[in-house]
Design a protein. Structure first.
Length: 476
């Protein structure tokens, strides 16, 4: 209910914002032709020569608004919070526009014109945000598209410890905000609480629904009380009223829930790793695009690295090893060889002598590393072949680093959750200290990434990876 109406409202906001951004395009064109002749003596060509760019701009900004999940929690953060996110969207949007101009070698589009556009587009996004909020609030006050909600409360919530020893109530922590509070704080979505009933007064509920306009009934109950409300649910179904029951009767700590059909039966799914097929598909498209771009950019450096590795030491140029992918799938992992041939045989011995956690070994002056290998590791150029793993679908650009099978065997139950998502070339700990972090710190950052995954987070990590690699801080 809340998520669907929030997504619908967000679509209106996206369209309005893109219209305003397109308006800033024309305003930037007018400003350039008004000011630039007085400063540099040049004017732009006729606007018809630039309309193709307007289509690119509209697609880029709509996609970014969608990928950044804008306007899905309007009441919670407010315009001030949106201003920061809109600034990030503007910066990335302008960067992508420059990338398009560079890729297609378009030289007649003035960079100063794009500069004017970047300023106007940000201001237009702020203005669109403000107007959309005011318009939405006004329409809801006048009763447009109001959805009337009734809440039915169950018995006193059972308090019990979960498997982690934490007290929970209906599967959530004791300080959890109730459904009533959530609805009242979401009035901007056109949701109105029109009635509250106790589970013991189901006859009164049915009479109220028959006599009043009610769109949805939410049963705020425990899992064991479902049988008590079965008849009421069937009657509400006959009337065509939507019924919702919280799926928090199992005390999951990290899982999200979704409903799907299996052979005509409704199934509740609980998952921790991302399961949003649309956004995961977008992530896959980004992986392919970035990998193909990287292959084109690093084509000549790869040839040079190939020669240097051959000259520096004997052995194959590529290092291959089995790594653990999503949920335990094994795949062949590729990188440029940075160690002397046969160094893998020393790994277990070095772990016993130097590893603090008994899982990984990170030596500052590892005797197994070759001269060119040390340079490749310092610059992260040894990772280039992993773009092939990404194109194969074994890995992603962003995700937890793929561990070795013997490492995974030593993982605790909690640590195994880091392989619940497709591994990647870079992730949070690669831009937060790299090898200077302890193994436990890296696991925590990987789990933080999995729990908070979004396409926006991927964009931020990719952008932060570039300076992290250039600085070589924490690299071994």
């Amino acid at each position: 209910m809340l998520s669907q109406r929030s997504k619908i409202l967000a679509q209106y906001f996206y369209i309005l914002s893109v219209i305003f951004v397109c308006g800033s395009f024309f305003l930037a064109f007018f400003t350039y032709n008004l000011v630039s002749p007085l400063i540099i003596g040049y004017r732009l060509y006729a606007i018809s020569n630039y309309l193709w760019l307007l289509i690119i701009i509209a697609v880029i900004f709509y996609s970014l608004l969608f990928l950044f999940r804008m306007y899905l929690n309007i009441s919670a953060e407010g315009l001030k919070y949106d201003a920061v996110k809109l600034f990030e969207i503007t910066v990335i949007g302008v960067f992508l526009i420059y990338a398009v101009l560079f890729m297609f070698k378009v030289s007649y589009v003035s960079r100063l014109f794009i500069g004017y556009f970047s300023v106007y587009s940000y201001l237009s996004l702020i203005l669109a945000d403000y107007i959309a909020r005011k318009l939405s609030a006004k329409l809801k006050r006048r009763g447009y598209s109001i959805r009337n909600i009734v809440i039915v409360k169950g018995g006193v919530p059972e308090t019990r410890p979960d498997i982690f020893g934490k007290s929970v109530k209906n599967g959530k922590e004791l300080n959890d905000a109730g459904i009533k509070n959530i609805i009242e704080s979401s009035r901007y979505l056109g949701i109105k609480l029109v009635g509250e009933f106790d589970k013991k007064n189901l006859n009164g509920l049915i009479d109220f629904v028959l006599d009043n306009p009610v769109d949805e009934v939410i049963f705020d109950i425990k899992g064991g009380e479902i049988a008590d409300i079965k008849d009421a649910i069937l009657l509400l179904e006959e009337k065509g009223v939507t019924v919702k029951i919280p799926a928090d009767f199992i005390p999951f700590k990290h899982s999200k829930a979704s409903l799907e059909e299996l052979g005509g039966r409704s199934i509740i799914s609980f998952y921790t790793a991302p399961e949003d097929d649309i956004r995961l598909l977008a992530k896959r498209f980004i992986d392919i695009a970035v990998s193909l771009f990287a292959v084109a950019v690093f084509f000549i450096p790869v040839a040079i690295i190939f020669i240097l590795i051959k000259i520096d030491s004997s052995g194959t140029v590529l290092y291959k090893s089995k790594r653990v992918g999503k949920n335990g799938r094994l795949f062949t992992f590729y990188k440029f060889r940075t160690m002397f041939a046969g160094s893998d045989g020393l790994r277990e011995e070095l772990i016993k002598d130097y590893s603090k956690d008994g899982i990984e070994i990170k030596l500052k002056n590892d005797p197994r590393i070759t001269k060119i290998g040390r340079f490749l590791r310092k610059t992260s150029l040894d990772e280039i072949p992993q773009f092939y793993n990404v194109l194969r679908g074994d890995m992603s650009i962003v995700g937890p680093r793929p561990p070795m099978p013997d490492e995974v065997k030593k993982y605790s139950v909690k640590q195994r959750r880091r392989i619940s998502m497709k591994p990647g070339i870079t992730c949070l700990w690669q831009v937060s200290g790299r090898s200077s972090l302890s193994f436990d710190d890296r696991v925590e950052l990987d789990l933080k990434y999995i729990d908070g995954w979004s396409l926006k987070l991927d964009f931020i990590i990719i952008l932060k990876t570039v300076p992290a690699v250039l600085s070589a801080k924490g690299a071994l």
